[in-house]
Design a protein around this ligand. Structure first.
Ligand code: ZN
Length: 217
């Protein structure tokens, strides 16, 4: 199975990626991992990417594309893979089609993790992080016994900027705007399956596996 996983911030995509890849016996390939491997391995592409990152610039599409092409050509990805973080836009989706065609294969399916925005805001904006030990509490789901004090280390809890409701909403809006064309691109080819990504990690994994099993050889 050649699978692309898409999902908004707060949908637990990284965790699901691990479980899904393990279940189907395919490598999980995330752009973050590919970047780190190239940079730490000192490859030409890694050095090029590092130059952009060190300057605080976005790594251009063609560098990312070349890294993905290289990774998908490796032996362990021949029989299938789970891609996380790529493609991010329709241009990259076209690039992925080309990479796979050159390898004599094609994408099997795109799994779209859907979440209710209000619920993500509720989940993320209730988080309080300990300044001292980094533990994350939740005012609703996992509250500390004293307000704004960590039960583990007596450290002070704070509300991370990333977890403010307006920040979370903005990230969700940006994600939705970016991803809609991608879902349309693949949906037009009948390659998208969507599942509700709210619930326990186990429930969501079960839903994902149920939805993907018809696509596994
Ligand atoms: Zn603490």
């Amino acid at each position: 199975m050649r699978l692309v996983l898409v999902g908004p911030p707060g949908a637990g995509k990284g965790t699901q990626a691990e479980f899904i890849a393990e279940h189907f016996g395919i490598p999980k390939i995330s752009t973050g991992d590919i970047f780190r491997a190239n940079v730490s391995g000192g490859t030409d592409l890694g050095q090029l990417a590092k130059k952009y990152m060190d300057a605080g610039d976005l790594v251009p599409d063609e560098v990312t594309n070349a890294m993905v092409r290289d990774r998908l050509g490796q032996d362990d990805a021949r029989e299938g893979f789970l891609l996380d973080g790529f493609p991010r836009n329709v241009a990259q989706a076209g690039e992925l089609d080309g990479i796979l065609a050159a390898l004599g294969s094609k994408l099997t399916v795109v799994l779209d993790l859907e979440v209710e925005h209000d619920e993500v805001v509720r989940r993320l904006s209730g988080r309080r992080t300990c300044k001292k030990c980094g533990h994350v509490w939740h005012i609703e789901f996992d509250p500390p016994s004293r307000p704004d004090v960590c039960d583990k280390c007596d450290g002070e809890l704070y509300h991370r900027d990333d977890d403010y409701p307006e920040t979370v909403r903005h990230r969700l809006d940006v994600y939705a705007a970016q991803t809609a064309p991608l879902i349309e691109y693949y949906g037009g080819r009948g390659q998208v399956v969507s599942i509700d990504a709210l619930g326990t990690v186990e429930d969501v994994t079960e839903r994902a596996i149920g939805a993907l099993t018809p696509f596994a050889d």
